[in-house]
Design a protein around this ligand. Sequence first.
Ligand SMILES: Cc1cc2nc3c(=O)[nH]c(=O)nc-3n(C[C@H](O)[C@H](O)[C@H](O)COP(=O)(O)OP(=O)(O)OC[C@H]3O[C@@H](n4cnc5c(N)ncnc54)[C@H](O)[C@@H]3O)c2cc1C
Length: 440
Amino acid sequence: MQRPRVVVIGAGLSGLAASYDLVRAGCQVTLLEAASDFGGLASSFQVEGAAVERFYHFICRSDAHLMRLVGQLGLGSRLHWGSMRTAFFVNNKHYPFGTPVDLLRFSAVPWVQRLRFGLHIMRSRYRSQWRRLDQMPGKPWLIECIGEEAYEVIWHPLLKVKFGDYHDKVSAAWIWHRIWRVATSRRSLFERESFGCLDHGTATLVDPLVAWLKAQPNAELLTDARVEPLIVRDGAVTEVRAGGRIIPCEAVISTVALPALDRLIPGREEGYFRSIRRIEYIGVVCMLLSLRHRFSQNFWTNINDPRISFNGIIEQTALNRNLRDRGLHLLYVPFYLPTTEPRYSAKDQDLFDEYTGMLRLINPAFRRDWVKEWHVFRSPYAQPIFTTNFADLMPSHRTPIRGFYVTDSTQFYPEDRTISAAIEQGRKAAAMILLDRDPA
Ligand SMILES: Cc1cc2nc3c(=O)[nH]c(=O)nc-3n(C[C@H](O)[C@H](O)[C@H](O)COP(=O)(O)OP(=O)(O)OC[C@H]3O[C@@H](n4cnc5c(N)ncnc54)[C@H](O)[C@@H]3O)c2cc1C
């Protein structure tokens, strides 16, 4: 059976995983990436000679698809786990927030609601049905289960950090899965959550995948190759244009975010494409500070303080021992918001001045001269807004266009967007191409 020629659009982990399987199955694969490096949202750059992720990443024990690929590439020994401290900064006070004892001591919330919060985590941990939750908005569901103050103090900042002003639009199903993912990353009820990371972050996975693909005679990888709007003839895409090249193909996988897909394949009126247009995304502006000293004892600090504009900070080197041993102290300050808001395109220096002032409120010992270098990264489609009844909007991998397949982080729902889920979707789309060409 002649294997199809496949073009994969986007070299994030979804595109890389899809290409890996297709190349192994004998397909001729061309992987086209608009940026000048590989990895997409999981890409890295150099800080003091070490590969550092543009956006922070942690791994949970339920991230099976990531672990499977890590195992296949012989990288198992480079995946490390650690029991992580998480905390809340509220009412100008730090509260540890990782164990049942921490929860009992969390005096920012009335004690009955602390108990209700704990019970809700337990119930969510053992729940598996989510369809009914898909129809319910998350905020009233949480308030009913844990109480108003517990919602305002604990969940409000957690949802704000991820969804910005859309925090009260998110469905209960998404929130449930988020609780489940983190709760199942705990070995026992009395321990802290244990999170994983690769020793050089996602570069540990992206670089070997790229190197393997580049070494295969039936794979071609191009960066700085933005794919132009696709032309559909007789219901199929038969060629892809990028970087002045025309690449003939029998199948195409798009791994770009849905709003970018709408530009890639404009003017389609099928229900599939109309649904896609109803899905909203927000962007992220994420500052990375490389510090002389550790900022705190925590991996993740949620912030609920009217003086501070951001709702969480992530000290990645609390998790990544390898980078810490190289003398790095890396602090990420994410801020999710629609790209139309002025803050999305605020001057980097203004954000730096604002954030460094606010970081002093959290740790009064912090000084601006702790900062060795800093960077601001932006992504316009960082997070889909998972509204109620989202399951009805979720696009399938197969599209109305013959030979054209789509992967996107909305297809993970109710799972959060993760690198593991991106790998899973890429591999699923690759398997569909092989199945559709060779049903036997
Ligand atoms: C701030 C932040 C924090 C995160 N934290 C975590 C975490 O802790 N744990 C976790 O597991 N996951 C995390 N994620 C999610 C994870 O990074 C993503 O789910 C995953 O990397 C998505 O991979 P992808 O291949 O689906 O998409 P992408 O990485 O977005 O890849 C799509 C690629 O397509 C390219 N492209 C777009 N248009 C074109 C075009 N016209 N032509 C050619 N190429 C094009 C883009 O440049 C990009 O490289 C985080 C994401 C963000 C933004």
